[in-house]
Design a protein around this ligand. Structure first.
Ligand SMILES: CC(C)=CCC/C(C)=C/CC/C(C)=C/CC/C(C)=C/CC/C(C)=C/CC/C(C)=C/CC/C(C)=C/COP(=O)(O)OP(=O)(O)O
Ligand SMILES: O=P(O)(O)OC[C@@H](O)CO
Ligand SMILES: [Mg+2]
Length: 228
């Protein structure tokens, strides 16, 4: 277990398919956030990942590649996060893509840098939801997935993903109560300091993505909101 995971509270997720100016990137990297995840669902190319990586590397903030495509895997990141989508209706998004990638990359995999994430995608309008052919689980399903991540698969991360929409704080609290080992990531629709604070009351780590591209000033305020 990487002890950093237990210390982190706030992460920005930057999408290589979206534009960000050098000035805004500097503000994000120097914001006091604990790490930057590079990731998104579609149009992720090796060139765009490498470009963003080299720009983030001007700063000391830890940089993680969240792998969504086999075409955009590259060395040079501090850590690699690998999603496994628990509520996909297709086994390939939970098991088969990861299985094939391990066959292809096993000789290059440094397991102390690689973290598998049990993903539960709860926003039907998120690209990742459609892309992975997921279904909408009810509360009992979500709690059971949390149990499986924590006690069956022993994954380091359970990721409650509402990408693009602010989620249900009460459900986050129930999931948190279920977890003894896994670190709980919450991501989705966090735009304000108040929302960041509310979700951080139960999630171990909050992830802020889209608001970097829609309201930078507010996005930056989410860092101090969880670290006060
Ligand atoms: C060369 C080298 C040193 C390699 C290092 C070794 C290494 C790390 C090898 C990798 C091994 C491995 C097991 C790879 C896995 C490969 C893979 C493609 C797995 C499938 C992942 C997956 C389930 C993808 C589906 C999409 C998804 C869940 C993406 C997660 C990110 C996410 C949810 C983004 C937000 O999406 P959304 O908001 O809906 O959309 P946009 O932001 O784009 O609008
Ligand atoms: O883009 P937002 O809605 O902030 O979500 C963050 C992250 O969980 C996306 O994978
Ligand atoms: Mg997004």
């Amino acid at each position: 277990m990487n002890t950093l995971l237990k210390q982190w509270e706030h992460i920005f997720k930057l999408d290589p398919a979206k534009e960000i100016t050098d000035e805004d990137l500097e503000k994000i990297c120097e914001s006091g956030t604990d790490a930057i995840i590079v990731g998104g669902t579609d149009n992720i190319t090796l060139d765009s990942v490498l470009d963003l990586l080299s720009r983030i590397r001007r700063y000391t903030v830890p940089c993680i590649l969240e792998i969504s495509s086999m075409d955009a895997i590259t060395p040079g990141f501090d850590y690699y996060y690998i999603p496994m989508v628990l509520n996909s209706k297709e086994k390939k998004w939970m098991m088969d893509m990861q299985h094939q990638a391990i066959k292809d990359y096993v000789d290059m995999m440094e397991f102390s840098e690689i973290f598998f994430e049990g993903y539960c995608i709860l926003n039907e309008d998120a690209k990742a939801f459609t892309y992975t052919n997921s279904y909408l689980p009810d509360e009992e399903d979500v709690i059971a997935y949390a149990y499986m991540v924590d006690k069956v698969f022993h994954l380091p991360i359970f990721y409650l993903e509402y990408s693009g929409r602010y989620g249900d704080p009460a459900l986050v609290a129930k999931v948190k109560a279920q977890l003894q080992h896994a670190t709980l990531f919450y991501g989705g629709g966090i735009e304000t300091a108040a929302q960041a604070k509310e979700m951080k009351q139960n999630a171990d780590v909050i992830v802020v993505g889209n608001s970097v591209y829609t309201n930078m000033k507010q996005a930056l305020q989410t860092v101090s909101a969880v670290k006060e």
